[in-house]
Design a protein around this ligand. Structure first.
Ligand SMILES: [Zn+2]
Length: 400
């Protein structure tokens, strides 16, 4: 039986239907969520149930207040033997954020997931690249669940905005309910100091004890680069991990690395330090597997940043330390930028992944998100990049 009752969590303002130029009724959204602006440190969650029948769900309609200023994570929890995708996300202003057209693109994504092993196996979020979207935040490919982080820049509007979301399953099902959630961070005040909690995982065999000078210097470098955004990073959790993580050869199971090491870690940005990282194209200095990375429990455990630490500085040689820190710290800061949703300032391979930011000219080599950085020059974040980074829910007001 279909429960017809619309489940409204919080009422912020009544939507003015007269303002709507498009006719939303054609979308026939069955479930509505009204989000609310609120100040403070904690994340806020809004949830409701949505019906699925056949391969598709009813549309979920989310009313987003003007000036929300936070990325929104969409999450779903369904039947444990079924795989789901967040197949379509579009806005009342006509913007399509995730599309399942051209026809078949979502089916292709599911096929790619099937290639990765039987149901129950972990799969790499980036394997579903077939998604027709510039948003690459696709963590959580375990059956029965999925999530997607929508950057605030797509939702920025002077008026309240409606977002429509549809879910697809990999097999046709009887009508059943799935639980859906929208997770956001409360609004940050202008110029408010913020912080990010880091979970550091160091592979056995790398001489980087907790609170050692090189680790502290890496965090100092991050803080130096992100000072213009008012963000401070702090290590809230440190853990030694198995030596099998020392030399990583990446295949389709990158997210499994994080889910294996982060089981007992608190909410934070996971950093895994290895000696070497390689994929089929060669060696990598660092990698962020999602762009942006997830923001809440679901997804966060299976995402983060890998950093290759191929050598350590002589601790008696301050010049060597500073050279090492600039090299690795800049790499790390660049990957952190990706995690917070920043794209490259230009891209030779995929136009979809280039940022659409006016104040990051591609000729500017000193921008943090330039893909071909010039050593010692990577220092700057543009005002728009700062706005985007501050929208990520892992950036929270500094604890007093
Ligand atoms: Zn990059």
């Amino acid at each position: 039986m279909i429960r017809k009752l619309t489940f409204i969590i919080l009422l912020f303002s009544l939507p003015s239907l007269a303002q709507n130029k498009l006719c939303y009724s054609v979308y026939a959204a069955k479930q509505k969520l009204l989000l609310k602006n609120s100040k403070g440190r904690q994340r806020v969650e809004f949830s409701t149930q949505v019906s699925m029948k056949g391969f598709k769900s009813d549309l979920l309609e989310v009313e987003i207040p003007a000036g929300m200023g936070s990325d929104l994570q969409i999450e779903l929890y369904g039947d444990a033997s079924t795989r789901y995708l967040i197949s379509s996300v579009f806005l009342s202003d006509g913007k399509i954020l995730v599309s399942d057209s051209p026809e078949g693109i979502v089916t292709t994504s599911f096929v790619k997931l099937e290639d990765l092993g039987p149901i129950g196996a972990f799969a790499d979020p980036s394997s579903a690249f077939a998604y027709n979207s510039a948003i690459r935040s696709l963590p959580g490919y375990e059956p029965g669940t999925n999530s997607l982080l929508i950057p605030a820049r797509y939702l920025d509007s002077k008026k309240s905005l409606k977002m429509f979301v549809q879910f697809r399953s990999d097999k046709s099902t009887e009508r059943h309910k799935i639980e859906t959630k929208i997770v956001a961070r409360k609004t940050i005040k202008k110029n408010e100091p913020t912080e990010v909690n880091l979970n550091v995982f160091v592979a056995d065999g790398i001489n980087l004890p907790e609170a050692s000078l090189p680790i502290q210097e890496l965090v100092n470098r991050l803080n130096y680069i992100y000072a213009s955004a008012g963000i401070q990073f702090k290590i809230g959790f440190y853990k030694r991990i198995d030596k099998k993580f020392r030399d990583l050869t990446l295949s389709n199971n990158t997210s499994k690395i994080f889910s294996e090491v982060s089981t007992d870690a608190p909410t934070g940005l996971n950093l895994v330090f290895s000696s070497s990282i390689s994929d089929s194209y060669g060696n990598l200095g660092g990698l962020c597997i999602d762009m942006p990375g997830a923001s809440s429990a679901q997804g966060l455990k299976s995402t983060g940043i890998l950093l290759a630490i191929s050598s350590l500085p002589n601790l008696l040689d301050s010049q060597q330390i500073s050279y090492w820190v600039v090299e690795l710290g800049n790499n790390l800061a660049h990957e952190v930028g990706h995690f917070f949703g920043l794209n490259h300032t230009f891209e030779s391979t995929s136009e979809k992944l280039v940022d659409a930011i006016a104040d990051t000219p591609e000729t500017e080599s000193s921008n943090l998100m330039n893909p071909y950085p010039v050593r010692n020059e990577i220092l700057s974040l543009s005002p728009t990049q700062i706005r985007d980074v501050l929208s990520h829910p892992l950036v929270v007001p500094k604890a007093k």
